[in-house]
Write a protein that binds this ligand. Structure first.
Ligand code: PRP
Ligand code: URA
Length: 213
């Protein structure tokens, strides 16, 4: 279940919305928050991959030979924007265990809200692979736009961005910077506050996942 406007798809399946409500609740434990993020990743992965092309391959069942559908083309790449992206990544890998993984280490400077890069490691060939970039939060979109810039510099030419919550300001910035990259989110919230946090949001996703402050 989803609705698409331009390049932005809101995956508003009731299961996702219910789990997201529990995640937003400030009383939810770290263990609960992590588990729910992983579960939501399963449901969102299902939607973000729903149009993947299939090809028929030859297999033998215990009963007969048959041509059976399998996902066509090169292995997918999941690119996680650290740290919080790893919460979504774990769930995505549960569904697509053979995917390749890129890690993009980036944190927001709390004063400037600009991303500071501290790590980048990606599979060597990104061209002509579907790359799904994951990060639960699209706030100013400074982190996501910079991460996708890096991937494009390395040859990526087929990218999707998957998050849990997006701010309207972040969507505007992101779609202007990368009009070729579709965005999938579970919800679009009201606005950013003066510190660049999504309102009503769920707080700091990395801190809530890892128990840091
Ligand atoms: C959070 C989040 C995004 C970024 C979103 O990461 O996971 O990467 O902020 O904000 P933006 O759209 O304004 O760039 P954070 O910098 O807190 O790092 P962390 O995941 O290591 O906690
Ligand atoms: N990063 C977060 O983790 N939460 C926000 O609300 C904004 C950026």
């Amino acid at each position: 279940m989803s609705r698409t406007e331009g390049k932005v798809t809101v995956i508003d399946h009731p299961m996702i919305q219910h789990k997201l409500t529990i995640m937003r609740n400030k009383e939810t434990s770290i263990a609960g928050f992590r588990r729910l993020l992983r579960e939501i990743a399963h449901l969102m992965c299902y939607e973000v991959t729903r149009d993947l092309e299939l090809e028929l391959i030859d297999i033998e069942t215990p009963m007969a030979s048959m041509k059976s559908p399998a996902i066509k083309g090169k292995k997918l790449v999941f690119a996680s924007i650290l740290r919080a992206g790893n919460g979504l990544l774990d769930g995505m890998l549960d569904l697509v265990p053979a995917a390749r993984v890129a890690h993009i280490g980036m944190y927001r400077d709390h004063e400037t809200l600009e991303p500071v890069e501290y790590y980048f490691k990606a599979p060597s060939s990104l061209e002509d692979r579907l790359i799904i970039v994951v990060d639960p939060m699209l706030a100013t979109a400074n982190s996501a736009t910079a991460a996708i810039e890096k991937l494009k510099e390395r040859g990526a030419n087929n990218i999707r961005f998957l998050c849990l919550l997006a701010a309207p300001e972040g969507i505007k910035h992101f779609t202007e910077a990368h009009p070729d990259v579709p965005v999938f989110t579970a919800a679009i919230d009201s606005h950013l506050n003066e510190k660049g946090y999504i309102v009503p949001g769920l707080g700091d996703a990395g801190d809530r996942m890892y128990g840091t402050k």
